[in-house]
Design a protein around this ligand. Structure first.
Ligand SMILES: [Zn+2]
Ligand SMILES: [Zn+2]
Length: 385
């Protein structure tokens, strides 16, 4: 076939366009299959693991295949996850076989390839008042498949499983968690180790208080049923609810040890919930005053710059008087930004160099229901007349 030079030129152009489009689409694929890191810092002595121990697949009432959960976990920056399909509720069982191990078995190779820990688990799904419980680190998931609900929980605990009470306010009036006598029975036996303080978008202040009173582990889960991106758009700054676990090393054993040792914090909707001993170092590891040595001459105003390297935007309100200076009543330390605020002296008698702490409450770091973490931002101020 004889191709004219004009046609040849056209063909070459077409091939170039096809090549460029192909290259672009490969590039797009690489872009979308990227991991988004969650910037919550480690704290002294511990690595902060980001975990979601409650989600479903087609093996119960979810709508995704187990392998996809591994890819989602990786993309959304998780270190560990658990698929906890309902033991007793499988609306797809005519299409998908009943096998409580299958979701773990299917997802595990994908999780291992992406270096995300997958923990075997299941959801014991009974009516109120006992409600739903997740059991993870299981060696015999089938032992949960037994008629008596208390026996199912006992069987999970006795094989070394970590058992937590799910969405304790679900189906209760006003969504308020209620502690029934059956919960005391399970708790007194030592079979209950944690409670979901947050499930999806629901925060349970009662559960928060019970975790503090009864020394139970604070948990936070997505309980996602559909594709995670339908609920949380990570590319637009959203994040799934997750449990932060403070571990010595990123291994399954250390993770389990940390959960039984109550070394967790709840992270949802730009809010952190946990004990002061974890929230304070998290805040301190995220926030830094860039110009802590300040000179104030007379009544002049001076700018203080505060950086925040974490994903959490901290909401601060002044907590009483700060000695010698006026500080802003409220301040937002935006995630991954440096903010500026202005201070000035309020005391005429101050002179020389003083260590002064700007006292704030962080309203989105909760150490108890409705109680923000107290923080002090240190300055070294030289007052010149
Ligand atoms: Zn449930
Ligand atoms: Zn669930």
């Amino acid at each position: 076939m004889n191709i004219s030079s004009k046609n040849r030129c056209f063909l070459v152009t077409c091939m170039l366009v096809v090549f460029l489009l192909g290259a672009l689409s490969i590039d797009c694929l690489c872009q979308t299959r990227a991991k988004t890191h969650i910037d919550i810092p480690d704290i002294p002595g511990y690595i902060t693991m980001k975990c979601d121990f409650h989600m479903h697949t087609v093996f119960s009432d979810g709508s995704v295949w187990p392998q996809i959960r591994a890819e989602e976990a990786w993309r959304q920056g998780l270190d560990a996850f658990s698929i906890t399909d309902h033991i007793e509720y499988q609306p797809h069982k005519d299409d998908v076989i009943t096998n409580h191990y299958k979701p773990y078995e299917i997802a595990r190779p994908a999780a291992e390839a992406l270096q995300v820990l997958i923990i075997p688990g299941g959801e014991i799904t009974r009516s109120e008042p006992i409600g739903h419980h997740n059991a993870i680190f299981l060696t015999d998931i089938n032992a949960l498949d037994t008629p008596d609900s208390t026996i199912a929980i006992r069987n999970a605990a006795e094989q070394g499983g970590f058992v937590f009470w799910n969405h304790p306010g679900w189906k209760q009036p006003d969504g308020k968690a209620v502690w029934f006598p059956i919960q005391s029975e399970i708790y007194d036996q030592g079979w209950l180790h944690g409670i979901e303080v947050v499930n999806g978008a629901s925060y349970y202040p009662n559960a928060h208080a019970w975790c503090l009173e009864k020394k139970l582990t604070m948990m936070c889960s997505s309980d996602v049923h559909g594709p995670i991106n339908l609920d949380y758009d990570i590319y637009n700054g959203q994040h799934r609810p997750m449990t932060l676990v403070f571990v010595k090393r990123k291994t399954e054993n250390e993770l389990k040890k940390a959960l039984f040792d109550r070394r967790t914090a709840v992270y949802y909707n730009n809010i952190l919930i946990g004990e002061e001993k974890y929230l304070e170092p998290l805040f301190n590891a995220s926030v830094e005053i860039l110009n802590p040595k300040i000179v104030i001459e007379g009544n002049s105003r001076v700018v203080v710059q505060i950086s925040n390297t974490s994903d959490v935007s901290y909401e601060l309100v002044a907590d009483g008087e700060t000695e010698g200076i006026s500080i802003p009543n409220s301040l937002t330390l935006h995630a991954h930004k440096t903010v500026r605020c202005t201070i000035r002296r309020t005391s005429e008698t101050l002179s020389g160099t003083k260590r002064i702490r700007m006292k704030y409450k962080v309203t989105n770091l909760l150490v108890a229901p409705e109680e923000g973490l107290s923080v002090e931002l240190p300055l070294r101020i030289t007052f010149v007349r």
